[in-house]
Design a binder for this molecule. Structure first.
Ligand code: PLP
Length: 402
């Protein structure tokens, strides 16, 4: 019997709905008390120095680049194996995108590939915690530290607070993950999280930007981030209510603020974070057990002593498959009611990046990972029976091919 399985539906409960309704009735729906409450909660949960609510992860990345004064003439390195947002944020800040390849057989940026791209124009690196698996931060920090001499901070900007290239994390997949005993959010210098509808914790849109404890921050960092994300206006509506109407526009900012409705949704889900992560891990372990009999299938591999995953997605690689064979497998699974995806099509394969001069031929490792990659469903509404069905179908299709 064919089942209908969804790929990544949100898991919204009555308690979430009640939290949003309470916010709607409170008379305060945009950036206000709920955003501030969330910022404080996230700060203590992540053990970070500062957390600021944002409209999305992309906005968080662009905001931190702009705050740091990174723009035209500068270069920022990110992974070729990511969603466009990690790189488009660099472009929109006005800097040049440099793309690094991944490790052989892997999903994360190879520190050696990062190293090869460093020049005296390099101001920051945006690492991507693919699939909710923190990347090799020790390897990246080592490269950035070794290349200290090449770091040329722009005078009169917060870049001067740093003595090496700045490390930013695109942790859109990685809220709640840990790297060597620290929460992601307190590992890279700055970290951007997403609460988009398909992520582990959702608010429709929404995100958060954190600064790690080790970062030498200016006293007014939080205020500055708020300025950049809210029109450069020195009093938001909430402050105007309490401190009088007269405001100033201090800089030409963006409209990247988080709303109280979004914050209420995230706050409500924080109450069941353990349940979310335990269930996702349970599904991952079930997949692992059911697919163990097929040696051609490789799962996202990690060392539990070093990292705690968020089990955000369920990518598998089929050894020996090329791109057409992978595509055919996905079609056959779709016919059997199993939706799949590919995370990600390397950036150098997309039109906009080809137009910038990137060519997939220069990223052989990313292409090798991409060509036999399939993402299976993994979400809170997926049952054990669903996982059994998905694995049965997958193994049947693979074995029918031989
Ligand atoms: C979803 C995603 C983003 C974008 O997150 P938004 O909150 O929608 O801006 C960025 N990077 C990666 C890797 C993502 O998967």
């Amino acid at each position: 019997m064919t089942r209908i399985i969804q790929f990544a539906p949100p898991d919204i409960r009555d308690s979430d709905i009640e939290a949003v309704v309470a916010t709607l009735k409170s008379g305060w729906i945009t950036t206000g008390p709920k955003v501030m409450e969330l910022e404080e909660k996230l700060k203590s949960f992540l053990d970070a120095q500062i957390v600021s609510g944002m409209s999305c992860a992309t906005a968080g990345m662009e905001t931190i680049l702009r705050y740091l004064g990174i723009g035209p003439g500068d270069e920022v390195i990110t992974s070729v194996f990511t969603y466009t947002a990690s790189a488009s944020a660099i472009y929109h800040a006005g800097a040049r995108i440099r793309l690094a390849d991944v490790t052989p057989g892997g999903f994360h940026m190879d520190p050696r590939s990062v190293e090869a791209l460093i020049t005296e124009k390099t101001k920051a690196v945006i690492a991507v915690d693919y699939g909710g698996l923190p990347c090799n931060y020790d390897g990246i920090y080592e490269v950035l530290t070794n290349h200290r001499a090449q770091y040329k901070p722009l005078k009169g900007t917060p870049q001067e607070q740093f003595d090496r290239i700045i490390c930013i994390s695109d942790a859109a997949h990685a809220f709640g993950t840990q790297y060597k005993g620290k929460y992601v959010g307190n590992v890279a210098d700055f970290t951007s999280f997403s609460f988009h509808a398909v992520k582990n914790v959702v608010s429709g849109e929404g995100g958060a930007l954190s600064a790690a404890k080790h970062v030498p921050l200016e006293d007014d960092f939080k205020l500055k981030i708020r300025l950049w994300s809210l029109h450069g206006q020195n009093k938001d509506a909430y402050k105007k209510l309490r401190q009088g109407w007269k405001y100033d526009i201090e800089l030409l900012g963006y409209k990247y603020n988080m709303t109280d409705m979004e914050a209420a949704l995230v706050l409500s889900q924080l109450n069941r974070l353990d349940e979310i992560y335990n269930y996702r891990r349970e599904l991952f372990e079930l997949y692992k057990e059911l697919l163990a009999s097929e040696p051609r299938i490789h799962l996202l591999h990690f060392l539990p002593d070093e990292v705690v995953s968020s089990y955000h997605i369920m990518p598998i690689r089929i050894e020996g498959f090329d791109e057409p064979q992978r595509d055919e497998l996905m079609e056959k699974l779709a016919e059997r009611g199993v939706p799949t995806n590919v995370h990600f099509i390397p950036l150098a394969m997309h039109t906009a990046y080809k137009n910038l001069g990137f060519r997939i031929e220069h990223f052989p490792m990313a292409y090798a990972t991409y060509q036999n990659l399939v993402t299976l469903p993994l979400h809170m509404k997926l049952t054990h029976e669903d996982v059994k069905y998905i694995c049965e179908q997958l193994l049947n299709v693979l074995r029918a091919r031989g």
